[in-house]
Design a protein around this ligand. Structure first.
Ligand SMILES: *Cc1c(COP(=O)(O)O)cnc(C)c1O
Length: 399
């Protein structure tokens, strides 16, 4: 490990990892135009920014249909509703995900069944297979952009005709054997919340190739009366569903689309930079005997904007907390998922689900797995500052 100070000549203060990149200049003129005309509702004008975003995003992902909505949570909710499952249907979800995911399942009157996740942050396939026969749907959350074995998951689900929804909130730009994450299951859901690769403050989008699912999602998102006519490609399906489904009004408004559209051409560069930055920090952390960054699966090309690593070897909770606080004093926020109070990514904090069976493997992982933001705008010096602050904090505790 490089000694303290070696990299400090160029980078002496910790980077702010919650600061966003500026929104591309091109958004300004469009926002000004929208403000001047007051044309903010997606269904008022033909060729509205939301409709253009849907077309552009579908083209980018190679999907037939896209529907922009208020959040990824809304996209997940609509996707589950579109499956038309009976009330109380069981939906498998990974036990390592964000609280919004079980919340979307509950919101759709279904019951989440938590599946064990290994210390590589991916679905434990033995537990998945054991729980699958009781399930009516599967929602794979690619938590922090870590892709589970989609070949194994799709083979098991296809054999039983169980639909798969992908929560790709943090996987924009990730591929699995060359296929875009979000296009492997029946529906893929993405987020434009500020801490994701494309930042609109809030927002989400779902993609699918299935015209019936697309039509049902469009209607339920709030395409009342004949507003569905402004969505291309499936006139017959829409007519079937108009007035037959509730309108949940989860639409996106034009200002959000105006902020998102000019960021789409930047995705490829952000993915490349995020991957290189992540791998640079991972290379440094993996030199320590006390840290391990799990490798990705064969076939997976990641698009990370954060890094997760495990405290390896013998650690007490007190030592892990000391490591967290020593990193903080060096200006770098490290969260041990299971040791930060009320963390929304620790399943035992999802009290709204009621009592749950324990998931010892996921629990053990969460007690030693660490999370550090690495927004793709960081410079090499800033990445090195973070990497060294982490290994220096390890030395403080273990050295
Ligand atoms: C951010 C996130 C969500 C929720 O997205 P919103 O747009 O904030 O609703 C869901 N799942 C994962 C994995 C996320 O990272």
């Amino acid at each position: 490990m490089a000694p303290d100070g070696q990299i400090l000549a160029s980078q002496t203060t910790a980077p702010n990892t919650h600061q966003s990149e500026p929104i591309p200049e091109a958004a300004r003129a469009e926002i000004e135009r929208l403000l001047s005309s007051g044309d903010l509702f997606r269904y008022t004008s033909d060729g509205a920014p939301v409709a253009l975003l849907e077309q552009e995003f579908a083209d980018l992902m190679g999907s037939r249909y896209a529907l922009a909505v208020a959040s990824c949570s809304a996209a997940l909710f609509l996707s589950i509703k579109a499956l038309d499952l009976p009330r109380g249907a069981k939906i498998l979800i990974p036990a390592f995900t964000f609280a919004a995911v079980p919340s979307a399942v509950v919101h759709a009157d279904c019951v989440p069944v938590l599946v064990e996740v290994g210390d590589n942050y991916r679905v434990n396939m033995a537990d998945f297979a054991a729980k699958l026969d009781d399930a009516q749907a599967v929602l794979i959350s690619h938590m922090r952009g870590h892709t589970s074995d989609m070949d194994a998951i799709m083979a098991l689900c296809d054999a039983r005709d169980i639909p798969v929804i992908e929560d790709a909130a943090h996987s924009l730009g990730t591929t699995w054997n060359g296929r875009n994450i979000g296009t492997i299951g029946k529906i893929g859901c993405f987020s434009f919340q500020s801490y994701k690769l494309v930042n609109a403050g809030e927002g989400g989008i779902l993609i699918t190739d299935d015209p019936e699912l697309a039509a049902r999602c469009v209607i339920m998102s709030g395409a009342y009366e004949s507003n569905w006519k402004k969505h291309p490609g499936m006139q017959n399906s829409y007519m079937l569903w108009q007035n037959k489904l509730p309108l949940y009004n989860m639409r996106m408004q034009n200002l959000s689309a105006a902020v998102i559209r000019p960021q789409l051409p930047e995705i490829a560069a952000r993915v490349a930079k995020g991957r290189a930055g992540h791998d640079r920090v991972a290379g440094h952390l993996n030199q320590s005997d006390w840290l391990a960054v799990p490798p990705c699966l064969t076939g997976e090309d990641r698009a990370p904007d954060s890094i997760q690593f495990n405290l390896s070897g013998d650690w007490t909770d007190a030592q892990a907390l000391k490591f967290q606080s020593r990193a903080k004093s060096r200006g770098v926020t490290v969260q041990v998922f299971g040791l930060s109070d009320g963390n929304a990514r620790a399943f035992w904090n999802w009290e709204f689900l009621g009592p749950q069976p324990d998931l010892p493997q996921t629990r053990a992982m969460l007690m030693r797995a660490c999370d550090v933001r690495l927004p793709t705008r960081l410079t090499l010096d800033e990445l090195d500052f973070i990497a060294h602050a982490i290994t220096d904090a390890i030395e403080d505790v273990k050295g």
